[in-house]
Every structure is written in C-alpha cells, then in structure tokens.
Design a protein around this ligand. Structure first.
Ligand SMILES: Nc1ncnc2c1ncn2[C@@H]1O[C@H](COP(=O)(O)OP(=O)(O)O)[C@@H](O)[C@H]1O
Ligand SMILES: [Mg+2]
Length: 338
C-alpha cells in the first residue's frame, strides 16, 4: 500500500521507485555489495502544492531528485509527470519535458559559471532548454531578476560579487527562466543563515502563489518544511518511514524516526520525552545486508519481527502512512486505528 490518490490535479506521481548503486572493491572493481539508495518509494505532488522530503544525509533524497530529472535511470518504478511515465522515455523523448521540471541546488555557486555574468548564466539556461527569446532577451532577463527580488543591473555582474542568499535568488531566476511547472528544491536553504533562509522560503512561497508552481522541497531539517509544505515525507536509509499532511507530522508524529527528528529540532514545542531514542546507536557498516526495518539499530521499540521482516507501509489516518507496526501499540497513536 502506498500514499497515492492520484487525480487530475496531480502533477507528479512516483510509484515503487528503486535505485541501488553497486559497491566495488579490489583491483578488478568487482561488485561486493549494493547501496540501497532508494527502496520502494511512492508519493505524489498536487499542482500548486509542495511536498516536503526530510531525512538525514545519505537517506536518498538527492538520488530521488536525480531519478525524477532522469539524470539517473531507475531500477524499478514509475515517475508519472502530468500523466506520462518518464521512466521508459529516451533522451530525445525526454528533451521537450526537460524545461518543465527544474532543480535548485543547495549551492547555486556550483551551478553558476564563475566566468559568466548573471545575465549570461540565465541566458545559457534558456539556450540549453532550446528557448530563444531573441531581441526580447534583455527584457526577459530583467523581468526574471525582478521576480526574484534582484535589481536588473545585477545582470552584468559576476556570481562571486553576491552573497549566498543573492546567489540562491539568481539560481531561482535561472530555474524560472524556462517556465517550469515543477521545481525540485534540493536543500536550497541549508547553506544559508537562518534569517536568509526565511527570505528565500518566503520568495519561493510568493513565486508559487504567483506562478502556480509545484515544488518537491528537500531538506534535512524538519523545521524548514513547516511553512512551505502541504505534505511531508520522512525518509530514512532509502525508505519512506512516514508520510502525512504537515500538521499531522508535527502534531502526531508516529514513526520513532520522525519523533527523533522532531526532538532534535530546537524550536518545536514537541514533547521531549521522544528524545529517549538513541541518536548515537551504532549502525553496522554493511547496512545494505540488513534484514527487516532499516531503523532497527536506533529504535527503542525494536523487537524480533523488526529484525526479521520489518513493517509494511500502513495507513493510519487521513493520508497518514507509517512504516512501523509498533505505532499502534506504543501509546502515540490516535483512536482511529484502535
Ligand atoms: N553515484 C553513486 N554511486 C554510488 N553510491 C551513491 C551514488 N549516489 C549516491 N550514492 C549513495 O546513495 C545514498 C543516498 O545518497 P543521496 O541520495 O545523495 O542522499 P541525500 O541526498 O539524502 O544525502 C548514499 O549512501 C550515497 O553514498
Ligand atoms: Mg542530498
């Protein structure tokens, strides 16, 4: 079972997505194991809405972003964008769709060529997408810069002349230039000061309202997703552990890992008794070989069946899903599942 209720207002529907990377060892680079980067992940994003995807470093967030953009091929699963499955598409078939899905990175400096002016960088993005505004290019660039709160005069300056927040605005302008419908925001504020983070999040929210954009907003920080997202997916080691509307995630976190994330967040009014979870517990090196629940090594509720098979994804309320069978027994669950 999966948190899917696709309808006409769904822009992106991901079903059973899987990606393993080979681990190679020795002189002959033989495959000695697999990193299970993404395992049976399903979600959908409604038009004009934001899905937050949260989880610690290495849990598979960027891999999911790259799979959606078809920068990587999925091992299994479907990625349905506006009703069309992207997985079987060739590069040629994918080309016209490329401008519909854009990405913003944590470090826009990495995606802006230091030897190009801001204007040249944005124009380059247009050219790569096959969009040629012709004589209107200058006014289009001015308009894009204004949309992200930058003066049109910045067009002739270079990326190093700007602060992190300003560079992120330029990265957003570049993504917007091809008029995408969906923007994947991969940790777009993680490198910024808290005050600047709020400005960028407000900008993304304003642009969403103005342009009816849909976002997949990736972050390792649950606090950051609260304001922007309608639903939140919590990832741990390639698995989706919990999926719920944003208020549910904060008011009724059910998976022990979600509780751990919330208890680690400084500003949430969450019951700190959740902090009994052992953050420092040893996780074995060969985790890919682990049978059962991927969170078992840190989980205070860990029991035999978690180590044998692990839970399936269970529906525990209105679009609220949890990959933990103990949630019904540990006193944190509402009466609707009793
Ligand atoms: N190209 C690759 N080859 C091998 N392993 C990879 C590759 N890309 C990512 N991984 C591994 O897949 C896992 C998920 O990585 P990633 O998606 O970057 O996580 P996140 O963005 O959540 O930090 C990590 O264990 C990472 O080391
Ligand atoms: Mg990442």
């Amino acid at each position: 079972m999966n948190p899917i209720r696709s309808n006409n207002s769904t822009i992106l529907q991901v079903e059973g997505l899987k990606k393993y990377f080979p681990v190679r060892r020795g002189l002959f680079q033989r495959i000695s194991g697999w990193v299970k980067a993404v395992e049976d992940v399903s979600f959908q994003i409604e038009k004009g809405k934001t899905l937050g995807m949260v989880g610690e470093s290495g849990c598979g967030k960027t891999t999911i972003a790259r799979l959606i953009l078809k920068l990587l091929d999925a091992d299994e699963g479907r990625i349905i964008f506006n009703g069309q499955d992207l997985v079987p598409l060739s590069e040629t078939e994918m080309k016209p769709l490329r401008q519909e899905i854009q990405i913003i990175f944590q470090d826009p400096y990495g995606s802006l060529n230091p030897r190009m002016t801001v204007g040249q960088s944005i124009a380059e993005g247009l050219r790569v997408a096959g969009v040629f505004p012709g004589p209107d290019q200058k006014s289009r660039l001015e308009q894009l810069l204004k949309m992200v709160g930058m003066s049109p005069a910045t067009m002739d300056r270079y990326p190093h002349e700007f602060s992190g927040g300003q560079r992120q605005r330029i990265g957003i302008a570049r993504a917007l230039s091809v008029e995408p419908a969906l923007i994947i925001c991969d940790e777009p504020v993680s490198a910024l000061d808290v005050s600047i983070q709020a400005q960028i999040i407000n900008l993304l929210k304003d642009l969403q309202d103005e342009l009816d954009l849909s976002y997949l907003f990736i972050s390792h920080d649950l606090n950051v997703v609260g304001y922007l997202c309608s639903d939140v997916a919590v990832m741990y080691r390639g698995h989706m552990m919990e999926y719920a509307p944003v208020d549910e995630i904060f008011d009724r976190p059910l998976h022990p890992y979600t509780q751990l994330l919330l208890s680690a967040a400084p500003d949430t009014a969450i019951d700190k008794s959740y902090a009994r979870i052992e953050m420092e517990a040893e996780v074995p090196e060969n985790l890919a070989e682990t049978v059962g629940c991927s969170f078992q090594h840190k989980c205070p509720l860990n029991e035999d069946r978690c180590r044998d098979i692990g839970s399936t994804f269970m529906n525990v309320g209105e679009n609220h899903w949890v990959r933990c069978w103990r949630t019904g027994e540990n006193g944190t669950l509402g009466p609707d599942l009793a």
